[in-house]
Ligand binder design. Structure first.
Ligand SMILES: [Zn+2]
Length: 268
């Protein structure tokens, strides 16, 4: 048993945890995003544990991309990790009418902003791919610095697929963001060919991969062998695939084992 640390009214107990990996830190911070000034440590531990607690489901928190990310670890141990995060100044507690709620510290927010931007980058790319241009409306009131970070990332990607959705986004935005969007469109228009830099898969895939892996191995195998290839005009086996999230469920993107043509399969 570790030493208990008293902070305000909340008793923190990191249970002797020495260190937490960067990846775990990112996950915990991502989980906290839905709870800032609206939920506390226990709620965060429940999200990460994938708890079916009514209070989680009522607030739709099972949709967090890190819901169940620490499945298999006890809620008590996860809570200890959360407490470690508070003691190490990634998260803090603020009281609202005596109720302890989570907030980001500057240090924590700097990391979370990066994670969240990465996620938005992927979502925006998917929205462009599936022509869901209304997605840009959700960007309007986000943290301004994060939006500029996102636009930098898009400019760096050199990916022309973003141009159409950037035009849609442009029509919604305030002046400062508008002119940055114009600059980015110009950069992309001048980008040579299809650089199509692949974004880091790590951030997005934790939820899609988890859903995929929750399907029994036998079923997964038969799904892999049951993919339509438009080039072969036949049902083929998919290989070298990645798992992504989409509006319709998770999607496998890969190549046909027979001819190498790109194939995809939605798992709903
Ligand atoms: Zn084929």
């Amino acid at each position: 048993m570790g030493k208990k640390v008293k902070r305000g009214q909340v008793e923190l107990n990191p249970m002797g945890i020495k260190t937490i990996s960067d990846h775990e830190i990112k996950i915990i911070l991502r989980g906290a995003d839905d709870l800032i000034m609206s939920g506390g440590r226990t709620m965060l531990a429940k999200i990460l544990a994938g708890s079916k607690d009514q209070r989680i489901l009522e607030r739709g928190m099972e949709h967090s991309p890190v819901y169940g990310a620490f499945q298999g670890t006890s809620q008590k141990e996860i809570l200890a990790m959360v407490d470690w995060m508070i003691i190490h100044d990634y998260l803090a507690i603020e009281y609202d009418f005596g109720i302890p709620l989570l907030v980001y510290t500057d240090k924590g927010w700097e990391i979370e902003r990066e994670t969240y931007t990465e996620e938005l980058f992927i979502k925006l790319l998917e929205a462009a791919e599936y022509q869901e241009y209304e997605f840009v409306e959700t960007l309007k009131d986000l943290d301004r610095r994060m939006i500029f970070l996102l636009l930098d990332k898009i400019a760096d990607s050199g990916n022309k697929d973003f141009i159409v959705i950037l035009n849609a986004w442009h029509s919604f935005e305030y002046k400062k963001v508008k002119s940055r969007i114009e600059e980015v469109i110009e950069v992309l228009e001048q980008a040579k060919g299809d650089i199509n830099k692949k974004p880091k898969e790590e951030t997005i895939s934790f939820s899609a991969n988890k859903k995929w892996l929750s399907i029994p191995a036998e079923t997964r195998k038969s799904l892999e062998r049951n993919v339509w290839c438009s080039n072969c005009c036949d049902v083929v086996q998919i290989e070298n695939y990645t798992v992504k999230e989409s509006k319709y469920g998770i999607v496998l993107h890969g190549t046909c084992k027979t001819c190498g043509h790109e194939v995809a399969r939605v798992i709903d």
